[in-house]
Design a protein around this ligand. Sequence first.
Ligand code: NAD
Ligand code: MG
Length: 402
Amino acid sequence: MRLLRRITILGSTGSIGVNTLDVIRSHPERYQVAALTAHQQVDRLLAQCREFKPRIAVVGDAQSAKKLAAAVLQEKIPTTVLYGAEALVSAVSESDCDTVMAAIVGAAGLLPTLAAARAGKRILLANKEALVMSGDLLMQAVRDSGAELIPIDSEHNAIFQCLPAGFNALHSDVARAECGVEELWLTASGGPFRTTPLVELADITPDQACAHPNWVMGRKISVDSATMMNKGLEVIEARWLFGVPLAQIRVLIHPQSVVHSMVRYRDGSVIAQLGQPDMRTPIAYGLAWPQRIAAGVEPLDLTQMSALHFIQPDLKQFPCLALAFAAAHSGGTAPAILNAANEVAVGAFLASELPYLQIPTLVEQVLEQVAAAQAQTLAEVLDADQTARRVAMQCLARLRSH
Ligand code: NAD
Ligand code: MG
């Protein structure tokens, strides 16, 4: 008998959220929507409530909640409207869902994702910042509760598909050693400025930085892809998801974005996952795992491709990647500090308050000024995040006054 899955989507109005609903829409016999959450896009969330009739809908503030609640009442949609950070946790714990798509962008996704882990749900993890900030704690919560964690980030989803079933961070070292995994190779497109000399990037606008050559994504991750901070965050994400030492994770620039990542094995085999650059493939894989369902994605036609290239990244061209490697090696709260500084820097760049080339400058200044410590408790992680944001705002004010 096939299970009817009840899905909560954290961040349903974003790029991943909308793609998730698109896959769900074509499989009404398999999936029901339990709860949807958004920050500010009330109109889009209302349209989603109209179509999918979730038990709970969450927005960011009281005013948006009032507006949504009035519309829901008027249209007789059977949805309870809540608001605020704590309500995101309610969307996980009180919606009667068994699966949670964690697709909020940034640190705001951490607490509801952790709640899903503690409640033993199937977590479809797009929100990489949660793992970057508190990988150890999140993986421990997954282990303790018996939750299922399926990566949705395309590279990690690819690696998940290329690894044997017995290999993940939750298994014993002995079982993992027998699998013969030598290296994980994360591919990266290199973003829109891969070949542009740094001196020509001084006046880049947010729209130019968000014009990714292969993927359509939210604005924050699009900027992260341009700076390659995204790949740095993904290295840290892979380290936690797959329990592999940093030395065994490599980054390869692959401008075509066809090979989504690879695993190199002891016997000389390299297993890759290929596909269109369309997030509905990893989303459908996560929803249906271990089965596979149609995702609405065009078949891949390899004969239409002239060549696939793989290039070593140049850390001078991508200083954010170098900063992320450094924070990953420092460990403890360093990745949380890196992430918070980057969120402030990218937010300022998107608001045209910080030049593109000063994104790494700001992140580096914060990493220098905030000492990394142990990250054994959630309080320590959240404290590092808050301190880093405060220092980042001070650094931002200084950079702007020069
Ligand atoms: P997006 O900006 O398009 O959507 C973000 C969602 O989060 C929206 O629904 C928004 O309402 C919600 N949100 C934003 N701030 C919030 C806050 N403070 N509190 C509560 N909700 C908030 O982003 P996206 O591109 O869909 O990315 C979402 C996550 O998935 C990110 O962590 C990103 O790194 C990851 N991811 C995205 C892609 C992609 O193709 N878009 C690929 C891999 C990983
Ligand atoms: Mg990715």
